[in-house]
Design a protein around this ligand. Sequence first.
Ligand SMILES: C[S@@+](CC[C@H](N)C(=O)[O-])C[C@H]1O[C@@H](n2cnc3c(N)ncnc32)[C@H](O)[C@@H]1O
Length: 249
Amino acid sequence: MATKLQTRKTEAQATNREKMMEMFQNSPIPADELMVNLQLYTRSSVLAKMMYIKELYELILETPGVIMEFGTWWGSNLALFENFRAIHEPYNYSRRIYGFDTFEGYANLSDKDGTDALAFEGNYATASGYKAYLEQMLDLHENENVMGNMKKTFLIEGDVTKTSKQFFKDNPETIVSLAYFDMQVYAPTKAALEAIKPHLTKGSVIAMDEINCPEFPGETQAFQEVFGTANVRLKRSKYLPDRAYFIVE
Ligand SMILES: C[S@@+](CC[C@H](N)C(=O)[O-])C[C@H]1O[C@@H](n2cnc3c(N)ncnc32)[C@H](O)[C@@H]1O
């Protein structure tokens, strides 16, 4: 089933985007040239999301530790993290990038997740066998970049309610420099926030995609319970109106 996506588009924008998609699908640009001209089809809101990832990356340059994304979907942010690593700190082989997802969509919803039409088990499921495809794609990006001989991107499949705790049991030496939360639901967000907390240092960045979000109230409740919004200085992204992060002080 196709993913039901959060959107604020108007009808006119929807028609416009359908036209853009049609032109993309029927592009006269040869595939190898299309690969280096994807900007032609990239809308400003999508570009802003990429700039946000860059904004976060620049905050952790002087902080040791790994990057974790909780809720990766197709993994485009993981590719961005690896490529910003290659641009900003090409020789930093210790900046491992971990992506956590069920690859089967939302799991472990509870009453705290509200009643939005998009909040149902299985929404955002990826295609069958997608984890292997994403692993291969991330390896190809790594091969392209400096220090490609040292694997730095890893996928952890399963319900984060279980996998986050297990990860730190298996890898107790881990320091988290950046944790990006985008599962949108309460139980796995709370479990992962609790799991990373002892592995943060001053300067670590915690980014929340659905803070203060009426459609997905679970993420903010998890955040309140583990950190408390009054205890941190939440900052809004320069590029996106509804994304927030804080730096551990
Ligand atoms: C909004 S999507 C993530 C989008 C992605 N960060 C991006 O920007 O392209 C939410 C993701 O959270 C994952 N997810 C939801 N509940 C989960 C759980 N309990 N454990 C692991 N992943 C979960 C879903 O499978 C889905 O891929």
